[in-house]
Design a protein around this ligand. Structure first.
Ligand SMILES: O=C(CO)COP(=O)(O)O
Length: 243
């Protein structure tokens, strides 16, 4: 069984004062028997050095260094204290026109810097309604996940775009179908695909976490809005510990 992971993506939220939430989380989950990852804005990574939780970036550049104003390399994130980085989040795919090819290059750059890449995939509402979800997942997995992926350097996050920040959650049958499909693709392609962690993301809350975590091949969650406050994230962590 892959080790479970509760991941919080703070997106473009959080100032230094917000780090009090990590202290509150530490009081309750400092010695949790699941992995806990927080991806704050890059400005706060260095300030997280005392937390017991894993820290991740939300994106990285595919290059090692150079003339890329405003960008951050994977090595810089690692140097600041990160051990993970999100790649291919749908907000990056949309807002910054990131392609599968770019995401594979960013994920490879993450490996090269010793970071674990949380590679995000997921269909839009139009793609689901057109019944192309599994084809989209196949294309994104094939295009975004480097050949050197393994269970130690890669986590896959399935985040249906239509479920992100909307309060809409797929049915457990829909989650089960996609996660089983991802698992079959990973095991077909990678020797240790059975051990690679697959997270669900999209409107995960304390009230629906236990049900989501009961689904086969769901090894944890990638949580946006409900990760910002310890009071909201804590019940999700507890549900994962009890799953
Ligand atoms: O995009 C997400 C995490 O990366 C999910 O966001 P929400 O939990 O706010 O729906």
């Amino acid at each position: 069984m892959p080790r479970k992971l509760a991941a919080g993506n703070w997106k473009m939220n959080g100032l230094r004062a917000s780090l009090i939430e990590l202290k509150h989380l530490e009081d309750k989950h400092g010695d949790a028997d699941v992995d806990i990852l927080i991806c704050p804005p890059a400005t706060l990574i260095g300030a997280c050095e005392d937390t017991p939780f894993d820290i991740g970036g939300q994106d990285c550049h595919m290059g090692e260094s150079g003339a890329h104003t405003g960008d951050l390399s994977a090595e810089m994130l690692a140097d600041a204290g990160a051990s993970y980085v999100l790649t291919g989040h749908s907000e990056r795919r949309t807002d910054h026109h990131e392609t599968d090819e770019m995401i594979a290059a960013k994920s490879q750059a993450s490996y090269d810097a010793g970071l674990i890449a949380v590679i995000c995939i997921g269909e839009t509402l139009a793609e689901r309604e057109a019944e192309t979800t599994l084809a989209v997942i196949d294309r994104q997995l094939a295009g975004s996940v480097p050949d050197g992926a393994d269970h130690e350097n890669t986590v896959i996050a399935y985040e249906p775009v239509w479920a992100i920040g909307t309060g809409k959650v797929p049915t457990t049958a829909q989650i089960a179908e996609v996660h089983a499909h991802i698992r079959s693709r990973l095991t077909a392609r990678f020797a240790d695909g059975a051990h690679m962690r697959i997270l669900y993301g999209g409107s995960v809350k304390g009230s629906n976490a236990a049900e989501i975590f009961s689904v086969a091949n769901v090894d944890g969650a990638l949580v946006g809005g409900a990760s910002l406050k310890a009071a909201d994230f804590s019940p999700i962590i507890t549900a994962l510990e009890n799953a």
